[in-house]
Design a protein around this ligand. Structure first.
Ligand SMILES: Cc1cc2nc3c(=O)[nH]c(=O)nc-3n(C[C@H](O)[C@H](O)[C@H](O)COP(=O)(O)OP(=O)(O)OC[C@H]3O[C@@H](n4cnc5c(N)ncnc54)[C@H](O)[C@@H]3O)c2cc1C
Length: 459
């Protein structure tokens, strides 16, 4: 081992190695706030060339490697055991170029999402990917998990925001299709192999991101809806009346809304007595006319009975207070131990699904607490259960109850967070044996020594 570490040091230098207590004192990330890292070696390359040399060395030695971004991942894809080497992108944080002519930004994989958003804004552009972990999550992590977030309804997922991508394969080969063009059908588009594959097929090192025009106005409102069936109608109404500029449609069931508004200092945009709440946003290009247009659309929706109450943010502070409610998943921790889920299914199936999954859990835990919210327009629900201190012991019962009913509804066990370790046992609920077989063939071909994030997604 000592020899191996010296070879790593030759590649990345002293600054590029973290060992011993410096490593053991590092926090394990968002999912495990009370734990520290288990791995004994963390490498911090400063360039693609160094990543390539480190991977070649590891591949030759059969050394397992787990890539780390900002450690905000929610499915334990970033967990590294004692015998695994962590490859952290924390020294590759540069924004290399903003190219106004092609509306693109070239970044290194360790840059945080928030830094990219701010740099885009400073250059008069908009980078639409947005999620609660933005301050720590890295672009490399976002791409490797194909992150979704709050604006998918208009701009798509991380995959839709990538023009070019550089990745290093297990044997150190660098693939650099760092193109800036939107249209590129020259054979297989290999970048998609690395997007959403959770660090199992390669290490993402640099990315060319697609930027969008900066919206000139942003209108935000909290709405109350009295029947589930009206939610998709309301979304379609807002979207078509706003000319496709609805950029967020986040739905909260009453139990989640009650929880987040009960926190000291929290905003209370609407009373607590409606079954469903929607945080919606429209991004437009006419600051003078958009506020009135937005109000008119909401007024018409009210008249048509698609919603029963609404409040519009009148300032940036009010807008942020509304978004804080949606993003305040931390408040779920006040329930004690919780089990959280990120599932996808057709909107029309959601009510029957939510009823079906609850029955076995309530039978076992009559006092269970449950919160539901989600990116409804994307068919994505987040469900959290709290069943008391013994929650961890009955995780399988809860997991089975939530995941298995997705199969008959054409649902996904992972809408946006990935599979990692947490959902491995349920991959076959959403993927056929033929699909899983092809995934395994790809993995075996691209990483024959199984060094890249081994054991994640499937065994
Ligand atoms: C408060 C909060 C809100 C969130 N909201 C959302 C949301 O709305 N939508 C959503 O999709 N996610 C959400 N997430 C989850 C998380 O932020 C995303 O999964 C994010 O993309 C992970 O990025 P990261 O840099 O933290 O990656 P990490 O946690 O470090 O790693 C995640 C996975 O990517 C791999 N990886 C990381 N970097 C690389 C690389 N350079 N090359 C290859 N593989 C790599 C890791 O091995 C691991 O498998 C949220 C998380 C938090 C804490």
């Amino acid at each position: 081992m000592a020899d191996f570490i010296e070879q790593l040091r030759d590649i990345v230098g002293d600054k590029g190695l973290v060992l011993h207590e410096d490593l053991q004192n590092r926090a394990a990330g968002y999912r495990h706030p009370d734990k520290t890292l288990e791995a004994r070696v963390l490498v911090r390359p400063a360039s693609t060339d160094e990543v390539s040399k480190v991977l070649k060395l590891c591949n030759d030695a059969g050394q397992a490697v787990v890539s780390h971004g900002g450690l905000t991942g929610l499915v334990d894809g970033n967990i590294a055991g004692a015998d695994e080497l962590i490859l952290s992108m924390e020294r590759m944080r540069e924004i290399e170029e903003i190219d106004p002519a092609s509306s693109s930004m070239t970044v290194q994989a360790g840059v945080t999402l928030q830094t990219v958003q701010e740099a885009a804004e400073d250059a008069g552009f908009f980078f639409p990917l947005d999620l609660g972990g933005r301050g720590s999550a890295t672009l490399g992590g976002n791409i490797s998990t194909n992150a979704g977030g709050n604006r998918v309804v208009r701009y798509g997922m991380a995959r839709d925001m990538v023009l070019g991508l550089e990745a290093v394969q297990a044997d150190g080969t660098v693939l650099s299709p760092l193109g800036k063009i939107v249209k590129d059908n020259a054979g297989y588009n290999l970048k998609h192999l690395f997007i959403g594959s959770e660090g199992t097929l390669g290490v993402v090192t640099r990315i060319v991101l697609r930027l969008r025009p900066m919206p000139a106005s942003q209108q935000t409102a909290f709405l109350a809806v009295d029947e589930f069936g009206k939610l998709p109608k309301l979304l379609n109404f807002c979207n078509s009346r706003s000319g496709g500029t609805t950029s967020a449609f986040e739905v909260m069931w009453r139990n989640y809304f009650e929880l987040v508004t009960s926190r000291p200092g929290a905003a209370q945009p609407l009373p607590n007595d409606y079954p469903y709440y929607v945080l919606t946003e429209m991004m437009g290009g006419d600051p003078a006319g958009d506020p009135e247009r937005f109000e008119t659309i909401l007024g018409e929706a009210l008249e048509e009975g698609l919603m029963v109450d609404a409040v519009i943010a009148k300032s940036e502070a009010e807008r942020q207070a509304m978004w804080f409610l949606r993003d305040d998943v931390q408040s779920l921790r006040t329930w004690g131990p919780t089990v959280g889920f990120d599932v996808g299914l057709p909107i029309a199936s959601m009510p029957s699904y939510l009823e079906e999954i609850d029955a076995p859990i309530v039978a076992e835990f009559p006092d269970r607490k449950r919160a539901v919210f989600g990116h409804l327009g994307d068919g994505n629900l987040h469900i959290t259960y709290a069943v008391g201190e013994n929650g961890a012991n009955v995780k399988k019962l809860i997991d089975d109850s939530v995941y298995l009913p997705l199969a008959s509804r054409g649902g996904s066990v992972s809408a946006e967070h990935g599979i990692g370790l947490s959902k491995k046992a349920y991959l076959e609920v959403s993927r056929s044996p033929a699909e899983i077989g092809l995934m395994k063939q790809l993995k075996a071909m691209m990483d024959p020594n199984n060094i890249l994030n081994p054991g994640k997604i499937f065994s």
